[in-house]
Design a binder for this molecule. Structure first.
Ligand SMILES: Nc1ncnc2c1ncn2[C@@H]1O[C@H](COP(=O)(O)OP(=O)(O)O)[C@@H](O)[C@H]1O
Ligand SMILES: [Mg+2]
Length: 581
C-alpha cells in the first residue's frame, strides 16, 4: 500500500516555478503557511503516477498585505515582489509507491521534475512516521549501519550505508564537547563487530585508550615512550617503534636540516650520499640480491644512523694533503651544525621510538612485521584485523604530523602494492585532524610532508580501498583539499561562524541551507548529509556502549567535592620520564 494518499484539500499550495532541484510553491491561505516551518519535509505530486517528489522547506515568506507598510529590508530576497505567500523547497529525492517488486521506495535521485501547478503536501503527523519507517527500512541499505535516530521522528532508526560512508570518505565535526568522540565510539563499536573489519583510529589524547573503551574486535596499540626503549619484543606487546629508516629522505631532512644555514645544500647532499651508501652496505651484509638494483634513497631499507653520524662528523673535521702542509678538507666545518642536530635528535628520548631502536627493528623483515601488525590481526587470529586504536598521546606535538603521516603512508603504500584481488579495505579514522591535516603548515617542512600522505589518500584512497574519516573541532583549520574529497558529513553543533562557513561550502548548493541549524544542535545531535544517508537531516546520536574517556571536565562539580585526587609527584616524575606509565 502506498504510504501517501493525499487528499486535494490537504494541499498547502501549488508549484509556481522550478529551477533544477529548487521549487517555489505558492500558498493561497495564510493559515496553512503559518503551520509550516523551515526544514520541514513536503511531498510534491509528480507528473508520473505513483510518485512523489520529496523536498525540504528552505524558506517561508509571507506576502506583504495591503494594510501593512511595505517591507523595508527584504531579507535578501531582492527582486522578489511580495505579492504571494511563498515557500522555497529543495528537492531531495523521490518516493515511489512501487519499484519493481518493492513498495514504497525512497530514492535520492530526481527522475522527474514537478510540473507547474502540481500540488504540494506537508509531511506531518502520521505521514512523518510512515515516511520515516520507509526511509529506515533495512532494504534501503546494503550494509546497514546506524548512528542514531531521526530528530523529526525518534521512533525511526537512522541507518547509513556502510559502503558509501567509507567509499567516499567522511567528516565528523563539532565544537569541543558536542559529541564527536561519542559518535566515533558509536561507529567503532559497530565496525568492531564485523568479522573482517579493518580500521585504524588515531587517538591523539589517549581518549580511546582508557579502561572503558574495550570490546572484542578492538585492539590497542601505542607509540613507544622513553620507558619502552631498549626493550625487546615491543611490537609483540603492542608498543610501536617507528624507526627512522622508514622515513623518506625528504622527511629526514625536514627534521634535521636548517634550510637557513648557508651550508644546507652541502649538508643535504652529503647526508643523502652517506645514507644511500649505508643502505647498500646493509644489503651487502645480508647478502641481498633482490633489492640492490632497484633501491632509491627513499627505499625503506635499514641503515645505521650511528654510522651516518660518525661519517659526517669525520668529514666535518677532515684534513687533506695540501701542497706543503695538511689543509682543511672540502667540507671542513660545513657540517658542524647538521651533526649537532642529528646527534641531538638521536639522543632525544622523546624521539626514542624513531631513533633509539634495537637490533630487532634494524632487521629488513621488521617492516613486514610492523605492517602485519597494523593491517592484519594478531598471531592468534591473523586474518581478523579488527579495529586498532593507536595511542599517539606521548608523541611530541612537533613531530606528530610526520609520525601519523608515516603510519598513514605505510598503510596506503602497502595497499597500493597489493594486487587488487587481495586488497582488503581499510579505514583510517583521524581524530583531532586539524593537528596533523592542517590547512596551513606555517612553512613547517615536516608537517607539510605528513599532510601530503593524507592528501594522497584523500585523492586516491578510494581506488585502493583506503578510506579517511576526518574528525575535528575546527574544520576551518583542516586542510581544504582533504575536506573537499569527503562526501559524507556528520556535523554536530558548531558554534564558530568560520567553521560553519566551511561546512556550508562543502555541502551541495541545494542543501547548504541546512547548515543554519549547526549552532543550535543539541549535544549528541548531528546534521547528517551525504552519499551514505538517504535523508539529509538531523540525527540524535545513540549513546555508545563503549565510552571514550571524556575530555569534558566538570569544574564546578570537582570543586564542590571533599577531596582532590591531584598527584603532583607522579606528574613531575612523568614529566621527567616523558611517559605517563
Ligand atoms: N550522543 C550523545 N548522547 C548523550 N550525551 C552525549 C552524546 N554525545 C556526547 N554526549 C555528552 O557530551 C560529552 C562530550 O562528548 P565528546 O564526544 O567527548 O565530545 P567531543 O569529542 O566533541 O569533544 C560526553 O561526555 C557526554 O556526556
Ligand atoms: Mg573528542
Amino acid at each position: 500500500m502506498a504510504i501517501f494518499n493525499f487528499d486535494d484539500s490537504q494541499a498547502i499550495g501549488t508549484v509556481f516555478s522550478v529551477d533544477t532541484a529548487t521549487v517555489i510553491i505558492k500558498v493561497q491561505e495564510l493559515e496553512k503557511l503559518r503551520k509550516l516551518h523551515v526544514n520541514q519535509l513536503v511531498a510534491i505530486r509528480s507528473a508520473k503516477a505513483g510518485q512523489h517528489l520529496i523536498g525540504l522547506i528552505n524558506r517561508i515568506t509571507r506576502k506583504a498585505s495591503d494594510e501593512e507598510n511595505p517591507v523595508e529590508s527584504d531579507l535578501g530576497l531582492s527582486g522578489f515582489l511580495f505579492t504571494e505567500n511563498i515557500l522555497k523547497v529543495n528537492l531531495i529525492g523521490t518516493l515511489l509507491d512501487r519499484h519493481g517488486l518493492k513498495e514504497n521506495v525512497f530514492k535520492r535521485n530526481l527522475d522527474t521534475v514537478p510540473e507547474i501547478e502540481a500540488q504540494c503536501f506537508p509531511i506531518d503527523g502520521e505521514n512523518i512516521t510512515k515516511f520515516m519507517t520507509t526511509i529506515s527500512s533495512h532494504e534501503n541499505y546494503k550494509v546497514p549501519l546506524t548512528v542514531g535516530k531521526y530528530s523529526i521522528d525518534e521512533q525511526a532508526q537512522a541507518f547509513l550505508d556502510g559502503d558509501k560512508l567509507f567509499q567516499r570518505h567522511a567528516v565528523i565535526v563539532g565544537s569541543t564537547g558536542s559529541g564527536k568522540s561519542w559518535c566515533v565510539a558509536k561507529l567503532i563499536e559497530q565496525i568492531a563487530q564485523l568479522p573482517m573489519a579493518n580500521c585504524i583510529l588515531f587517538d591523539i589524547h589517549g581518549e580511546y585508550s582508557g579502561k572503558d573503551f574495550k570490546m572484542d574486535g578492538l585492539q590497542h596499540l601505542r607509540v613507544a615512550n622513553p620507558s619502552d626503549l631498549g626493550k625487546t619484543g615491543n611490537l609483540e606487546n603492542d608498543v610501536l617503534m617507528l624507526p627512522y629508516w622508514l622515513l623518506t629522505y625528504e622527511e629526514m631532512l625536514a627534521m634535521l636540516l636548517d634550510r637557513s644555514d648557508s651550508n644546507a645544500p652541502n649538508q643535504a647532499m652529503l647526508f643523502s650520499k652517506t645514507v644511500f651508501a649505508e643502505k647498500m652496505k646493509y644489503l651487502d651484509e645480508i647478502g641481498d640480491t633482490t633489492f640492490k638494483s632497484s633501491i632509491t634513497i627513499d627505499s625503506p631499507i635499514p641503515y645505521k644512523i650511528d654510522n651516518i653520524l660518525k661519517e659526517l662528523a669525520e668529514l666535518d673535521l677532515q684534513m687533506v694533503e695540501g701542497a706543503r702542509t695538511e689543509k682543511q678538507g672540502p667540507f671542513f666545518g660545513k657540517l658542524t651544525r647538521f651533526v649537532q642536530r642529528l646527534e641531538a635528535k638521536t639522543q632525544d628520548k622523546r624521539l626514542g621510538f624513531l631513533f633509539q631502536i634495537s637490533d630487532d627493528e634494524l632487521d629488513i623483515n621488521w617492516l613486514n612485521k610492523l605492517c602485519e601488525r597494523l593491517m592484519l590481526g594478531t598471531s592468534s587470529n591473523p586474518k581478523k584485523a579488527g579495529v586498532k586504536v593507536i595511542d599517539f598521546s606521548e608523541v611530541p606535538s612537533d613531530v606528530l604530523p610526520l609520525v601519523i603521516g608515516l603510519v598513514a603512508r605505510l598503510v596506503f603504500t602497502v595497499q597500493q602494492w597489493t594486487v587488487r584481488e587481495n586488497q582488503h579495505p581499510i579505514a583510517l579514522l583521524c581524530d583531532e585532524a586539524h593537528l596533523y591535516i592542517p590547512e596551513r603548515t606555517n612553512q613547517d617542512a615536516a608537517a607539510e610532508l605528513g599532510l601530503k600522505s593524507f592528501e594522497r589518500i584523500a585523492k586516491e584512497g578510494r581506488k585502493y580501498g583506503v578510506s579517511l574519516t576526518v574528525i575535528s573541532q575546527r574544520p576551518a583549520e583542516v586542510n581544504r583539499t582533504v575536506l573537499s574529497q569527503c562526501n559524507n558529513f556528520i556535523a554536530l553543533r558548531l558554534s564558530n561562524a568560520e567553521d560553519q562557513a566551511v561546512i556550508k561550502r562543502l555541502l551541495p548548493d541545494n542543501l547548504s541551507g541546512l547548515t543554519d541549524v549547526l549552532p543550535i544542535l543539541d549535544i549528541g545531535e548531528a546534521l547528517v548529509v551525504g552519499d551514505a544517508s538517504l535523508l539529509p537531516t538531523r540525527i540524535i546520536i545513540d549513546e555508545p556502549i563503549i565510552k571514550p574517556e571524556s575530555a569534558t571536565v566538570k569544574f564546578w562539580k570537582e570543586w564542590s567535592a571533599d577531596t582532590s585526587k591531584q598527584d603532583i609527584a607522579t606528574a613531575v616524575s612523568g614529566l621527567r620520564k616523558q611517559s605517563k606509565s
